[in-house]
Design a protein around this ligand. Structure first.
Ligand SMILES: O=P(O)(O)OC[C@H]1O[C@H](O[C@H]2O[C@H](CO)[C@@H](O)[C@H](O)[C@H]2O)[C@H](O)[C@@H](O)[C@@H]1O
Length: 357
């Protein structure tokens, strides 16, 4: 059997895979564990836990508009072997629902938009699929007036309340062609799985035997090399084929901020939680804005543009619940304050008129 070492480094470079290899000696496992534990702790100094620093983060958010962006796989649902079974827990769903009651909230995923919507099942959030190449959002102020507007891949829905933004639309027929070829070429590789994400394609190798990784990569490259308008990127045990346009999760974040009417840098704080390489584009955008909260989900040290971290999806859940609670408490204290002001004003006014009602 051919042993082939991948050139795009798809092997062993995926951060959720730290415990994938079996370790025969308990003591070496113990030492490895201790070492990675201490490296993680020193990495945490640079990327503090968003739970540990929650109060400080929210102090900076007072009086500003927080807009929440969430990745799906590895953030709202744990990584599992079968991509079709990456379900979100009911607890996580209700936490996202709560957050979306208080903050404009969008899910930006590598999945097809319909697929991620099917998993999340919430109507009070915005969805961007295919790594941001398929966005359903409110219309841009500039095209709001004309309901039949078609502008740069933008199509308004019937109610004119949302628009579909699909900057890679013209690539669709070619994507279908590539998809069919990839399915055919990888058919015989046990465990390989091609996923149709509409404007991009995923080739999963989580269930492929390690000695077949190289073969799979060769097959995928032999298809993609014939399409100069497309390129390969990598994620967690997945190769992704995408049209080579300048559009990623970072652009999607900016687009959503703008269409939601929240693009003024100083007033708006984007909060983005994600676990994968494609989320780095969104972290970079937040960094360059100079304000906001880029939060990475990881259980081991990672080279990242994120400023904060969460260890795993259960910490994401805790963080989201806390965020909603924080907002609820601050809005109810605001409304108590308003009630007090109003009743003072009312009492003062009625007294001034010499009557107590
Ligand atoms: O941007 P995301 O929402 O994080 O999507 C990125 C990819 O996620 C999915 O694959 C990953 O999760 C699977 C389920 O846990 C796992 O089996 C796979 O190994 C991971 O790579 C999704 O299936 C891909 O299409 C997305 O591109």
């Amino acid at each position: 059997m051919k042993v082939h070492y991948s050139t795009i480094n798809v092997v062993g470079n995926n951060d959720d895979d730290i415990n994938d290899g079996a370790c025969l000696f308990t003591s070496s496992l113990h030492h490895h564990h201790q070492a990675s534990h201490s490296t993680y702790h020193s990495w945490l100094v640079e990327h503090p836990s968003a739970l540990g620093t929650f109060d400080r983060m929210m102090k900076g958010a007072k009086g500003k508009r927080v807009v929440v962006f969430l990745d799906y796989d590895g953030t709202l649902s744990p990584i599992v072997d079968d991509p079709d079974r990456a379900f979100m827990s009911d607890e996580m769903r209700s936490a996202v629902r709560e957050v979306a009651k208080y903050f404009p909230t969008a899910i930006i995923s590598g999945r097809g938009r319909d697929k991620v919507k099917e998993f999340v099942k919430l109507s009070n959030v915005y969805y961007a699929g295919s790594h941001g190449m398929d966005i359903m959002a409110p219309p841009k102020p500039l095209i709001k007036s004309s309901c039949d507007a078609k502008y740069n891949g933008v199509v308004l829905d019937k109610k004119c309340s949302e628009v579909l933004f699909q900057p890679a639309k013209k690539f669709l027929p070619t994507i279908r062609e590539i998809l069919a070829k990839l399915v055919e070429k990888t058919r015989k590789i046990q465990g390989a799985r091609v996923e149709d994400n509409r404007f991009c394609i995923s080739v999963h190798f989580r269930k492929v035997m390690e000695e077949d990784y190289g073969l799979l990569e060769d097959k995928v490259k032999s298809v993609v090399d014939n399409y100069p308008g497309f390129h390969l990127t990598e994620g967690k045990k997945v190769m992704e084929i995408r049209p080579s346009i300048e559009w990623n999760k970072g652009h999607a974040l900016e687009y959503l901020l703008e269409t939601l009417g929240h693009n003024s840098t100083s007033e708006v704080l984007p909060l983005y939680i994600g676990d994968d390489r494609t989320d780095e584009d969104a972290f970079k955008v937040i960094r360059s804005r100079g304000e906001g909260f880029p939060i990475i989900v990881t259980s081991k040290p990672k080279d990242t543009k994120a400023s904060y971290s969460l260890h795993d999806t259960s910490e994401v859940l805790t963080f989201l619940l806390r965020l909603a609670r924080w907002r609820k408490a601050s809005s109810s204290s605001r409304s108590l304050f308003t009630t007090a002001l109003v009743s003072n004003w009312f009492y003062g006014t009625t007294m001034a008129f010499g009557k107590v009602l």
